[in-house]
Design a protein around this ligand. Structure first.
Ligand code: GLC
Length: 712
């Protein structure tokens, strides 16, 4: 039985291309002739995007915009049958305007899938590829040609505002997850954009910051994930980042975009800029950056003038034009695909729930979970308990048709929610629900701050157990703060103390849920909780997935894709990360911040080199609160000795038998380390108690270490 995705792909490939008129028209096999026929003006037009009209159609109007809200387009050359194609965010799902003035009788919502971080914590490449297929199908059916994801920069420091969109502190886990996502999305006949290439590891002054790093660290840490994604999945496009790398903008960095990305790794696709203003367009083209997004008309004029003055070789422009045309002929637009504008959101929602449950991590469980049948009523504390942070703000926002909330999910599981506590929070949220600002309708908005719990409320509360939710809304455009963000706020501490004291006095338990976009401090308060679950930013069905874990419907199998340190300043990069130490808001991208007396932030020294995440904590023997790869289960597993076999292609296959020796069905993650770093991993299927699976893990030749050790 062919599933929907396969049927779509087959239909897509058979769709009749654009109608042919007489005269030369773009086809898959005549690109050199088209390049020959293009005028200089037309060539310059093709490498410069169509501007902000599409992204800002909610403000500027929908006239002439094919997909309102899509981040960008390319420009058409009708004379030669070259269409404009549509580029849309983002890594957690399609971001387009959910309603249209011109089309009142339908909506254009998309599924808000779990964000990159929680997908990575699933360690499940097959699941991520499935999510990619669904996301790619929504892009296809909404008329989009390239989906601008995955976001895959390395988590150098937990205060980076966009870590929610990224996968891990480890390049192998990042690269494998990105490759799975790319394969999934592109299986639907739409493209992807591996971003942000490269070393965009902070939001502070991102458009001006110079990332200064030695070449070994760059290659082995910050580029390695992109290398894996390119070699294993060939994304149709790569997005060059805002920042500089060792003094040269990545967007005009020939070493990065041509020598490494293409000559060494064999990248066959197109490089587009991030949504940057005009810099030095000729230099960008010469470096191998093929497309300027969002694109300004002045860039077209600059290119024509630079070629005419001999400052830019037309052959360099021709190379970029060729790559644009090679991209266009692959797209659904060029193939004339008749998109439906009605993807199967219901089926995708079900998948979003499964994927979220697969990535939720159980950090602590002292005889608390899964919830015993005796638990009839739960009191939910915390603003995010009633307004789940389903994803991040900024370009990675998704306009979902709904977001399940925790009380709703508990009730659906037959568990009552304390009405008195719920009323307090919901009244507060109603008061805080200010009129949606237009920008927030495009880029999402943060959740309101916590308030101090009233002691009286706790006195009257008769629930059997407490769910204490700590929410953090992360987002593009600014890095996180130390105070009231990485660290719990005073109000959160006081509330947690009050709730745990009241519940423990009554012999009841408290579960803490971390609905967060990135790592927070846990060591100073984790002893207060009886159980701790981190569900990150889990998408529109995340609350339902959380309750599936709490009730034991799903056995937690998530493992941390990054380290939770004891203290922020235990992290080597904390000495060189431009957090806003005064805690003054997070929109500090465009405002240079003074960082501990240093001059304004216009460069970042990656002085810690390879000492990022577990690489540092393991090497230096520094204790952490929760280590990379950590996660508890409701069952136990044993593993056989590792067997490794050399393959003819130079790769190594590692085999190990995993047995469920506990009393509940569950899944196990097997990680293979070599030379002290992650080299490969795999997740078992759901194993019944007593069941065994032989796990096979391939280590590619370019990832081979000198020695193997296997841990999980
Ligand atoms: C933003 C982001 C990028 C996004 C693009 C289009 O600035 O950095 O991830 O795809 O612009 O919205």
């Amino acid at each position: 039985m062919l599933n929907l995705c396969t049927l779509t792909s087959l239909f897509l490939l058979s769709a009749t291309p654009l109608p042919r008129e007489d005269g030369l028209r773009l086809q898959e096999d005549n690109i050199p002739a088209i390049v020959q026929a293009l005028t200089l003006e037309e060539k310059a037009t093709l490498v410069v995007g169509g501007g902000f009209k599409s992204m800002l159609s909610g403000f500027l109007g929908e006239k002439g915009v094919r997909v309102p809200g899509a981040a960008g387009t390319t420009r058409a050359i009708p004379r030669l049958g070259i269409p404009s194609i549509v580029l849309s965010d983002g890594p957690a799902g399609v971001r387009i305007e959910p309603t249209r003035k011109r089309d009142k009788d339908k909506t254009f919502y998309a599924t808000a899938f779990p964000t990159g971080t929680i997908l990575a914590c699933s360690w499940n490449q097959e699941m991520v590829e499935q999510v990619g297929r669904a996301m790619g199908n929504e892009a296809l059916e909404y008329g989009i040609d390239v989906l601008l994801g995955p976001g895959m920069n390395l988590m150098r420091n937990p205060l980076c505002g966009r870590n929610f969109e990224y996968y891990s502190e480890d390049p192998v886990l990042s690269g494998r997850m990105a490759a799975a996502m790319i394969r999934g999305i592109q299986s639907q006949g739409v493209g992807t954009s591996a971003k942000h290439f490269a070393l965009n590891n902070q939001e502070t002054n991102r458009a001006g910051n110079d990332a200064r790093v030695d070449e070994t660290t760059a290659r082995e840490l910050y580029l390695k994930g992109f290398e894996i994604a390119v070699k294993e999945a060939q994304p149709w496009t790569v997005m060059s980042s805002y920042n500089k790398l060792n003094g040269e903008y990545t967007q005009s960095n020939r070493w990065l975009l041509t020598e490494v990305l293409r000559d060494e790794w064999g990248f066959e696709g197109l490089v587009m800029t991030d949504w940057t203003g005009r810099r030095n367009t000729g230099r960008q083209i010469a470096a191998g950056n093929d497309l300027m997004e969002p694109g300004l008309k002045s860039q077209i004029r600059e290119l024509v003038s630079q070629v005419k003055k001999g400052k830019l070789a037309e052959k360099d422009l021709d190379i970029c034009v060729t790559r644009i045309l090679e991209l266009i002929v692959k797209t659904p637009t060029f193939k004339g695909y008749a998109y439906s504008e009605s993807p199967d959101l219901q089926a995708h929602a079900k998948l979003a729930r499964e994927a979220a449950a697969d990535g939720i991590v159980l950090l602590k469980n002292e005889g608390t979970l899964p919830l015993p049948k005796t638990i009839q009523e739960v009191a939910v504390f915390g603003v995010a308990g009633y307004q789940t942070c389903i994803g991040g703000t900024g370009s990675g926002t998704v306009h979902a048709p709904y977001a399940i909330q925790i009380p709703q999910a508990l009730q659906a599981a037959g568990i009552r929610v304390s009405a008195s506590i719920q009323a307090i929070y919901e009244n507060y949220l109603q008061k805080k629900a200010r009129k949606k600002r237009k920008a927030s309708s495009m880029l999402g908005e943060a959740i309101p701050p916590e308030f101090a719990l009233d002691a009286q409320a706790l006195e009257e509360d008769r629930a059997d157990m407490a769910l204490f939710v700590i929410g953090r809304q992360a987002g593009e455009g600014g890095d996180r703060r130390l105070e009231d963000d990485f660290l719990l706020s005073d109000i959160e501490r006081k509330n947690l103390k009050a709730v745990t004291t009241a519940y423990h006095r009554a012999g009841k338990k408290v579960i803490v849920v971390l609905n967060i976009g990135g790592v927070i401090e846990t060591a100073s308060w984790k002893d207060l909780a009886d159980a701790i679950v981190v569900d990150w930013q889990p998408g529109q069905e995340g609350a339902a997935a959380l309750v599936d874990i709490l009730t034991g419907t799903v056995n937690p199998s998530g493992r941390l894709a990054m380290t939770f340190p004891i203290d922020y300043f235990d992290i080597p990069s904390s000495a060189n990360f431009p957090y806003d130490s005064q805690g003054k808001g997070s929109m500090n991208t465009f405002r240079k911040v003074r960082d501990r007396g240093r001059r304004n932030v216009d460069f970042t020294e990656y002085a810690e080199g390879m000492d990022v995440g577990y690489r540092y904590f393991n090497r230096a023997g520094v204790p952490v609160s929760y280590p990379f790869g950590f996660g508890l289960s409701y069952t136990e597993f044993t593993r056989s000795e590792i067997q490794q076999a050399e393959e003819s292609d130079g790769s190594v296959t590692v085999c190990v038998n995993v047995k469920n020796t506990g009393h509940a069905p569950g899944r196990e993650v097997v990680m293979v380390y070599g030379d002290g770093v992650l080299k490969g991993f795999a997740k078992t299927r759901r194993l019944e108690p007593g069941e065994t699976e032989t796990v096979r893990i391939r280590i590619a030749p370019y990832l081979r270490p000198r020695s193997f050790l296997m841990v999980s």
